[in-house]
Write a protein that binds this ligand. Sequence first.
Ligand SMILES: Nc1nc2c(c(=O)[nH]1)N[C@H]1C(S)=C(S)[C@@H](COP(=O)(O)OP(=O)(O)OC[C@H]3O[C@@H](n4cnc5c(=O)[nH]c(N)nc54)[C@H](O)[C@@H]3O)O[C@H]1N2
Ligand SMILES: Nc1nc2c(c(=O)[nH]1)N[C@H]1C(S)=C(S)[C@@H](COP(=O)(O)OP(=O)(O)OC[C@H]3O[C@@H](n4cnc5c(=O)[nH]c(N)nc54)[C@H](O)[C@@H]3O)O[C@H]1N2
Ligand code: SF4
Ligand SMILES: [Mo]
Length: 739
Amino acid sequence: MTEPTVAYRICPLCEACCGLTVELRDGRVAAVRGDREDVFSAGYLCPKGVALKELHEDPDRVREPLVKRDGRFVTATWDEAFAEIERRLPPILARSGRDAAALAIGNPTVHKMGLLLYVTRLARALGTRNVFSASTLDQMPKQLSSGLLFGHWLSIPVPDIERCDFLLVLGANPVASNGSLWTVPDFRGKAKALQARGGKLVVVDPRRTETARLADRHLFIRPGGDVFFLLGLVHTLFAEGLVRLGTLAEHVNGVEAVREAVVPFAPERVAARCGIAAETIRELARTLAGTERAAVYGRLGTCTQRFGSLSSWLVDVLNALTGHLDVPGGAMFPKAAAFAANTMGPPGRGKGVETGRRRSRVSNAPEVYGELPMTCLAEEIETPGEGQVRALVTVAGNPVLSAPNGPRLAAALETLDFMVSVDVYINETTRHADVILPGLSPLEESHYDVAFPQLSCRNHARYSAPVLAPPPERPAEWEILLRLAAVAEGRGAGDHAHIVQTLDDEMVAEDLRRRIGAQADVLLQAVAPRRGPERLLDLALRGGPYGLTLAKVQAAPHGIDLGPLASRVPEVLRTPSGKIELAPALFLEDLRHAEADLAAPAPDLVVIGRRDLRSNNSWMHNLPVLAKGPRRCTALVHPADAARCGVTDAGTARLIGAGGQAVTVEVKVSDEVMPGVISLPHGWGHDLPGIHLEVAARRPGANLNALLDENLRDPLSGNAVLSGVPVRLEPEAAGLERG
Ligand SMILES: Nc1nc2c(c(=O)[nH]1)N[C@H]1C(S)=C(S)[C@@H](COP(=O)(O)OP(=O)(O)OC[C@H]3O[C@@H](n4cnc5c(=O)[nH]c(N)nc54)[C@H](O)[C@@H]3O)O[C@H]1N2
Ligand SMILES: Nc1nc2c(c(=O)[nH]1)N[C@H]1C(S)=C(S)[C@@H](COP(=O)(O)OP(=O)(O)OC[C@H]3O[C@@H](n4cnc5c(=O)[nH]c(N)nc54)[C@H](O)[C@@H]3O)O[C@H]1N2
Ligand code: SF4
Ligand SMILES: [Mo]
């Protein structure tokens, strides 16, 4: 046996982006640990990081291209797979136009440098308006509100937790999720440090979550009630003279408009709708305004509701009005070393953002940030007429489980003329593909987080080289995407190396000339030996705000610390006015709908989602180290609801959506959820035919999204409503008799 060697790798599995050490023995992974010397994560990791070994070794992971012949997948060479794509995709585009192709982009795309940097090139090559992604199942409301307020979709302020003394968290469970739109490894440790210096953590959630248990105070909120709760807080600030913009004053437009707009939302009027007492709302507003270093943070639970955009907006309105935006200990803008639009171009002013430049064909939903709502995909496939989707490319996505009404989408996928998936498993979605092109294991690819340093609680730059060499003949994911782009553009799949090199060179040169004109050639010379993502990264670092180079970052295996977050207004802004636009017309208008909704009666029973530390959306249930132990796909039911519906812990029950769709769930009676609320995790339901997930299929769990209504959206952002959706609960037997 040879001596072990150690490699360093940033974990690509969640937004915490932990630095890991990977111990190798005889070319195999022996152990994965947290890298204690990592400048950003300092040794933290969770069980999913450890599971990278099993992901790498998973016998079910797809390693060769698969082509469907007579309804069954057979292995193919890369040239054969691309020949099949070339035979089938371009004729569809020629016959039915560019919109006949759709692109569906899934969550892991943002965690893989090659996918994220090249998927836009594929989208451009396809030239379709039908681009869908997990963003409209997740954070589009926050991106829209950040875009309108600050001028760019990714200018999202994050709590400066290391200097904060009062943190109000809504609709997030970072102890389980490890944070989102906020890269904050070891949230628990950082929250405890906040408490140790006398600070307070308050959590607002319909479930007493792992984060709520850590908090100094937990408040139940009626699902979907955040907009009303937040309006009550803003109302109080004005009513009690607590508004204090501080250093931001000269940089904010629209304070008076906000004051007028919130008049109808006094705490007494919103209390019943959100389930939080008027006096509690007032008290929290006073604490927020009265604490020098404080921040409000809202995440998934506040986005996946009808008024998701308004809720996301009001979080930043609160931060701004209490003088907690862009100051230490408040909500601050990270400054990334590379790729951040809010560090490019002239500082302090820009084009701002716009929505609705295109609309979806069937539901007339506006495009937001270049995308249409994922919940429109099925109808675009089903509905005949010009522009009907006939071909689909999925990239690292499993919408059959992750999007509302997966069964409808699965049926629609079966009717496509052609489908290609760039993926690593045969799962609920990719089983419908005609060709599967497998990405490499994360350990076989280099990595730099393109997105997350723009959302990090501290500025840093870290790069990981591949831990293990990829098998010969296996292309990297960026190469797969470029070759797909070549086919989509009618340039042919050609000779792999040649076509990839040509498209890559073209893409870099065009992009650079557009941005910096004549200087492009000098820079291109400087990075000449590099290609692919490394070349883009080196260029981005050189042009970035710290003037780094890839060589410098590579020379620091534990990363480069770039210091605590610093104030960035007005330089960070890219709005046309050069100000923070606190009162966008789009939001003021939607407030009228919110007011009309104030009197809506509470449904009897609604379902919300849940995340578990050992699970990751729909795709890590095949790894034994995570799959073992207690069952995780359980429905938490309040004792009063269990009694009312006649269900117990002992057995299963039927959970039924408003449209009559039903799934069988394992019940866990618990007062951890508020009465009238059932909590069920998403991403389960691995009992569909044709999948190849042996471990996951042994404990399939129930598909929450089979119950949800794909027609429920936040119309402003196109985001799906995943929370607070009405359901019924029945004992299993009753359900069976019925069906
Ligand atoms: N009801 C409900 N639904 C939800 C949510 C919820 O809270 N409640 N959450 C939503 C959220 S926030 C999100 S982000 C979405 C996520 O939903 P999706 O974007 O569909 O992502 P996953 O379910 O994680 O599926 C990931 C896919 O990527 C593949 N994959 C994994 N690693 C790689 C890789 O390295 N390369 C390639 N090419 N493919 C890979 C997997 O095999 C799988 O097919 O789900 C959403 N759905
Ligand atoms: N272990 C693990 N980590 C993950 C993931 C995973 O699947 N597993 N997924 C990753 C992804 S893609 C994302 S986007 C992030 C998400 O990370 P988070 O934003 O932290 O999301 P959740 O953990 O789902 O927490 C959302 C919380 O909102 C609550 N909630 C539901 N409805 C409402 C409501 O109407 N109002 C309020 N105030 N709260 C509500 C839920 O009870 C839940 O506790 O996690 C990422 N990290
Ligand atoms: S918290 Fe876990 S899954 Fe997330 S980056 Fe760290 S080790 Fe990976
Ligand atoms: Mo997500």
